[in-house]
Ligand binder design. Sequence first.
Ligand code: GUN
Length: 304
Amino acid sequence: MPQLLDGNRIRDEIKSELAPRIRAMAASKRAPGLAVVLAGHNPASEIYVRNKVKTCHDLGIYSETLTPPDSISTAELLALVQHLNARADIDGILVQLPLPPQVDTKRVLLAVAPEKDVDGFHPCNVGNLVAGLPGPRACTPAGIIELLKRYSLPIAGRRAVVVGRSDIVGKPAALLLLHQHATVTICHSKTPDLPAVCREADILVAAMGRPALLTADYIRPGATVIDVGTNRVTDRVQAEAIFRGAPEKLEAFDRKGSVLVGDVHPLDVLARAGAYTPVPGGVGPLTIAMLMVNTVEAAERHLC
Ligand code: GUN
């Protein structure tokens, strides 16, 4: 059996390290403050935001959720972000993505003050990442590095293959791995012979958003497999195809009507990997933990 990389355990470790920093700030000045902008009604985003706000509450971080309607315009959202930029009690601003289709997402992300950008999405902070300068890093990629380090899994000199080239995960994950001296390949839907490229990986990061796409022939025996995907499968035929060898999983599907599946095949990874992140309970909890780290660091800079 491969080593299970427990994101919940690492999240709890990170939270317990943050707690005294937050208490010290609250005692001497004020608690850190995070504003979360959740535009419209995207069910997945609503769950993510609920978990972010709950974690703030657990840690004693002040949080405020702004919920403009689906119909919000780019200009209205820009005005809202500018108001948050100007507020002295708000250290971090998170605009939950995706935004409604009529909104110019790039303009909105550009409007967030770089020093309040706890997602690391502002082009200034993307530039800081590329240049290796200090600044907030995108939370999911930062969580992946944190997980590898805390499990003492070596990165330097290893071959890392990142499947997926999103601005939120794929690109920043590749850069962070590069800064840790991995030899990095970024793959995407147009990469020829994807299985062969993935089989080169000592560290395989799956971030394409396609349920169970990476099967055994994509995984080098003994590889460390980091699965960023969280795909809700609601089609029983698809669930059956994935969980043919795991009747208990199908029973769970039948009870709930859906199952959460990563981008890596959940049974194949057990047969091939040396270490792996489960879905759920792997990378997901770390995204929130790193958001808390970015918020506390923004507050420490803001308040000092
Ligand atoms: N949507 C999916 N992941 C993220 C994230 O890390 N930050 C924000 N703001 N939106 C997201």
